[in-house]
Design a protein around this ligand. Structure first.
Ligand code: ADP
Length: 789
């Protein structure tokens, strides 16, 4: 519907538009126009070539070259006459559609206009519209004689002469001036601006040769076209102005050849050489010819050559347009064709042997139109390119979003896989760990013990992997919340020394901790884990020499460094080793050589704490890992962060303790019962799920157990519910939750519950220690609240 309305509106506007155009171009044809003004058009004159030509009768408009007068620069004298019945009251005027800008006029023997006839004044002598006022004082009743002397650069002659009232002729003169001078000047000025834009674009994108060469053509051409219509020569004298126009025409043709090749995407080396030669030689010849005052002659030879040179270019343009679909390229090709056509026309007009001097140059009109077409094509191309870029961007964004979603899904799948894989792996591992411990305790045969030791080793390395995975996923799940405070480094160093000393001595290495009284602001547990990983690596990757751990103050910070004299790390691996499962020299993924998780844990823990870590190393020359932390004030009270591992060396035995067990996995349950009993504990009940526990609790007639151990993942309900049920019955029952889960969600839940948790797989000692800790904590709590005796 809106389209139809727009068409209707356009159709209504069309007559208005036509009326406007006809007012501009053919005002005489309007029906409502007042009758034509009184006046006459003089179409006959007497002509003589000065100084000594024979007078002859000519018809106006008169073109010398068409009459065989070759020397356009001679002075020509025209005499015309008109009759008046009386001397008019108002000023009259003489109007010429073409009068040389170098002219002199007399009316009835008295001078009327006296332009410089000498080209030294820079007047180019171009035929232009002219309007001369005839004041009544110069006129007489009866016959009036007008003598007109003209000099030209070329295109010599005179248009017909109109005589009439000033008011009427002025309007007609202004219209002529508008169409034949001001309009092309304005068009070419705009053309120059557009061309400059194209040239600037070309500067930014030198690959756009077609665009750039056309820009230069249009720029040079519009300067030339514009100056065609100036009263004064751009070069000072008319002679040199003539050379200037000549040279510009040659260069335009050469550039046209360059444009055509770029437009068609073809390179014709011979044509290029020809164009280059043309651009240099012909203007140079023009200089010589101008010096000898024979430029017009040279034109006669040079212009046909120029037109010939354009023909291959034109062919290239057409071929290029044919090859380039869609039709966007046809416009520019036709435009260039029109320019060549206009060039031929202008050549014929310029030399004036074929066309009357009242003609106009076509190029000043054709070139701006062509440039407009090419600019349109350019704008379309740019808009198209921009839309393409936008579309690409949107597509890219969509792709990135899709890929991110895929990655998130993959990551979630990985986490799920790890969680369930490690849960399923942990169950048998716990069983094996417990049973191997028992078997070792009970075996008297050295061979069996040796065998059990090897099984224990294998279980240990698998445990290492699972523990590493668990640590990483706990970090990822945010289940580990740093609890920063002042940490005395000496205590951390001692704890690490206690753990790593044996391994270092076994390899004959010196593990030294430089004494320090530094106190840093960190999380004691996490810092210990970071340093322990670094020290364990240092020991593992050093065969000779030793490992030194030292803390220094540097620039208001404390830097802890772990130096070793080991194998070192090549620069290309120094970043990658901080990623999970990256190991430099373990292609067979031998578990006893580590799992490639230690440094990933170090990096994530350090990032959570805001500690910077770094590495300097050279192959074969050892490594230096460092951690930079903020210092802290030493606290007055005892350290809340007593280094971990401060477990009592001699655990209180579990002898006689009554333990309630909830574990769904039969093998783990059996191994646990056996292990607990071996430690002297009494397992009062072992349940597989929450309902069976609840049923047992409801009918219980025995004394309360001392301790409860429950698995987290149970068939009906979970460990948290089991512990809660038991506590409802027995009050503050010490409890330990064991779990093989590493799913971030479950870990976060356990963390929030604030229960004592032991992660599967665990060594028997770890189970024992955790049980004792739970008992001790409960006894401590009971003592604090019990009234003093
Ligand atoms: P893991 O030690 O379990 O293989 P890490 O993440 O701790 O895994 O270390 C990754 C890799 O970085 C190691 O396999 C080892 O090649 C290299 N690396 C770590 N620390 C050192 C060190 N002190 N000296 C030489 N290489 C090391």
């Amino acid at each position: 519907m809106p389209r139809v309305t727009a068409v209707l509106r356009l159709r209504r506007l069309l007559p208005l538009f036509i009326a406007l155009l006809s007012a501009l171009w053919a005002p005489g044809a309007r029906a409502d126009e007042p009758p034509p003004p009184p006046g006459q058009t003089l179409t006959e004159a007497q002509f003589e070539l000065l100084p000594a030509g024979e007078p002859e009768r000519v018809l106006l408009p008169d073109t010398w070259a068409l009459r065989g007068v070759r020397d356009g620069r001679a002075v020509g004298r025209y005499t015309v006459g008109f009759d008046l019945t009386s001397v008019p009251a108002e000023s009259m005027a003489l109007m010429f559609t073409r009068l040389s800008t170098r002219h002199r006029l007399w009316i009835n023997g008295r001078p009327l206009a006296n332009q410089a006839m000498d080209d030294a004044f820079g007047n180019p002598g171009f035929p232009r519209p002219a309007l001369l006022e005839l004041s009544p004082a110069l006129l007489q009743a009866g016959h009036n004689t007008v003598v007109i002397e003209v000099v030209h650069a070329q295109r010599a002659g005179l248009s017909s002469v109109d005589v009439g009232p000033m008011v009427t002729l002025r309007a007609r003169y202004l219209r002529h001036l508008l169409v034949s001078v001001e309009l092309p000047q304005a068009l070419n000025m705009a053309c120059g601006g557009l061309a400059l834009l194209l040239v600037l674009i070309w500067r930014r994108r030198p690959s756009e040769v077609a665009l750039g060469s056309f820009g230069v053509i249009a720029l040079v051409g519009s300067v030339r076209n514009y100056s065609y219509f100036l009263d004064t020569s751009v070069t000072g004298t008319a002679l040199w102005a003539d050379w200037f126009f000549f040279a510009i025409n040659v260069w335009i043709v050469a550039l046209f050849g360059v444009f055509a090749q770029a437009f068609a995407g073809q390179r014709w080396p011979r044509y290029r050489r020809w164009l280059l030669g043309l651009a240099i030689v012909v203007p140079a010849l023009g200089l010589v010819a101008t010096g000898l005052d024979r430029l017009q002659e040279l034109r006669g030879y040079a212009y046909p050559v120029l037109i010939g040179t354009c023909l291959p270019g034109l062919w290239l343009c057409l071929a290029g347009a044919r090859a380039k679909r869609p039709w966007g390229a046809v416009g520019p090709a036709l435009g260039m064709g029109a320019m060549v056509g206009a060039g031929v026309h202008d050549y014929m007009f310029q030399t004036a042997y074929w066309l009357p001097m009242t003609e106009t140059f076509w190029m000043p009109y054709v070139m701006p139109v062509t440039l407009g077409i090419i600019s349109l094509a350019l704008v379309r191309r740019m808009v198209h390119a921009l839309s393409e870029v936008e579309a690409l961007n949107t597509e890219l964004e969509a792709r990135v979003a899709a890929r991110t979603r895929e990655l998130e899904l993959a990551n979630a799948a990985k986490t799920r896989f790890l969680a369930s894989a490690s849960h399923d792996l942990r169950q048998p591992l716990v069983t094996i760990g417990l049973l191997v411990g028992l078997a070792k305790d009970r075996s008297d045969s050295p061979q069996t013990r040796q065998l059990m030791n090897r099984v224990d080793e294998a279980v240990g390395s698998m445990e290492g992997l699972l523990t590493g995975l668990l640590d990483l996923s706990r970090l990822e799940a945010g289940a580990v919340k740093p609890d920063p405070g002042p940490v005395r480094l000496a205590a951390v160093f001692d704890a690490i020394d206690a753990h790593e000393h044996a391994a270092a001595s076994l390899k004959g290495l010196r593990l030294r901790f430089r004494a320090t009284d530094a106190v840093v602001w960190s999380d004691a547990l996490m810092l210990e884990r970071i340093l322990r990983n670094l020290v364990a690596n240092a020991v593992r990757y050093t065969e000779r020499g030793g490992v030194l751990v030292a803390a220094r103050r540097r620039g208001g910070r404390v830097v802890i460094e772990v130096r070793d004299s080991g194998i070192g790390i090549a620069p290309e691996h120094q970043q990658a080793i901080f990623q999970e499962f990256v190991q430099v020299d373990n292609p067979a993924r031998d578990g006893t050589k580590g799992m490639g998780l230690g440094l990933a844990i170090v990096q994530r823990s350090a990032a959570m704490l805001g500690h910077r870590i770094g590495l300097e190393s050279a192959l074969g020359r050892g490594s230096r890992f460092w951690v930079e932390l903020p210092p802290a004030e030493a606290p007055q009270a005892a350290f809340a962060d007593a280094a971990p591992g401060d477990m009592p060396d001699e655990p209180v035995p579990l002898q006689g303790r009554r333990v309630l067990l909830v574990e769904d996995d039969a093998s783990v349950r059996a191994a646990m019962i056996e292990r607990l009993q071996a430690w002297g504990a009494q397992v009062v009940a072992a349940h597989v799920d929450v309902p069976s526990l609840e049923a047992w609790l409801a009918n219980l007639h025995q004394p309360a157990p001392d301790l409860m151990v429950s698995d987290y993942r149970l068939p009906h309900g979970d460990g948290l519910q089991a512990i809660a049920a038991a506590r409802r019955r027995f009050g503050a029952l010490p409890a330990l939750l064991v779990t093989g889960d590493i799913a971030p969600h479950d870990l976060a839940r356990l963390h929030d519950a604030g229960l004592r948790v032991l992660h599967k797989p665990f060594r028997p000692e770890a189970l024992r220690d955790a049980l004792l800790e739970a008992l001790l904590a409960a006894e401590d709590a009971a003592e604090t609240i019990a009234p003093p005796c």
